[in-house]
Ligand binder design. Structure first.
Ligand code: ZN
Length: 260
């Protein structure tokens, strides 16, 4: 056999293998919780900001979840199911928003509420009350309307660049609690960057779980401080792109790639 034939055989085997993997996720869909990562729902920024979806696009995705029998749960629902055996609905998913843009209050919350769904917002606390970000009052209102609030640090720096982890992890949590929000139990790593020290710091400060930017499924065996999360914010490839990210999540999980 010459080299060309060997290369072609390898490519062919790979295609057959991937075909098998894709078929397997349809025939035996993975079981567990998919967590989705969003940032903004804003018709004005959708063309200029990769992290924005229009309201129509977001609605299309919520409709997809509903039509495909997915049910939203909160981070706390997931943790309670693990700790106390409380039951989760069929095909549970968690919808999360990072950073805390004001459009989460004006657009996301009413749409989530109208669908009877839940969502979780991770707040970078030094942004609260700044232009384009939610205010304290809005945060409280969101918490009363099925939006769970978590921390996304104080200053939104990758944790590898932070000298005093306590300032980012502990103070962001305390600040929100001192300002009248319910106890903050959940955390989202800025830029998805985590370290051993940051995980320890989260545990020391009574956080119960944290989400990464690594796509995959979450089961009760998944490391609670490295939960898998699928980023769907970037809408460059439209609805197909959204579908691809869900399929990619299933493939990565099935192949065990970057699963914690
Ligand atoms: Zn962020």
């Amino acid at each position: 056999m010459n080299l060309k034939k060997i290369a072609l055989s390898i490519i062919l085997l790979f295609i057959i293998f991937m075909g098998g993997v894709i078929a397997s996720v349809y025939i035996y869909p993975p079981k567990g919780v998919m967590i989705f990562e969003y940032h903004r729902v804003n018709d004005d920024t959708v063309d200029t900001d990769d992290y924005s979806l229009s309201r129509e696009q977001f609605q299309e995705q919520l409709d997809y979840f509903k039509e495909n029998n997915y049910h939203t749960v909160s981070m706390m629902d997931f943790i309670r199911a693990e700790k106390y055996g409380e039951e989760l609905p069929e095909n549970p998913i968690i919808i999360t928003f990072d950073d805390g843009y004001e459009d989460n209050y004006t657009n996301m919350m009413p749409m989530i509420n109208a669908m009877g769904m839940k969502a979780t917002m991770f707040m970078a606390t030094n942004y609260i009350g700044k232009e384009n970000y939610v205010s304290w009052q809005q945060l409280k209102e969101m918490q009363d309307n099925n939006i769970e609030i978590g921390s996304h640090t104080a200053n939104h720096l990758p944790l590898t660049e932070v000298e005093n982890l306590d300032n980012e992890i502990k103070l962001s949590k305390l600040l929100m609690e001192w300002n009248g929000l319910k106890t903050i139990y959940f955390f989202s790593y800025p830029n998805g960057v985590y370290t051993k020290e940051s995980i320890q710091c989260l545990k020391d400060n009574n956080y119960l779980a944290a989400v990464t930017g690594d796509a995959g499924y979450n089961t009760f065996k998944t490391d609670k401080y490295l939960l898998q999360r699928t980023n769907v914010s970037n809408y460059r490839f439209g609805y197909i792109g959204f579908q691809w990210r869900i399929l990619k999540t299933k493939i990565l999980y099935r192949l065990g790639i970057n699963q914690h």
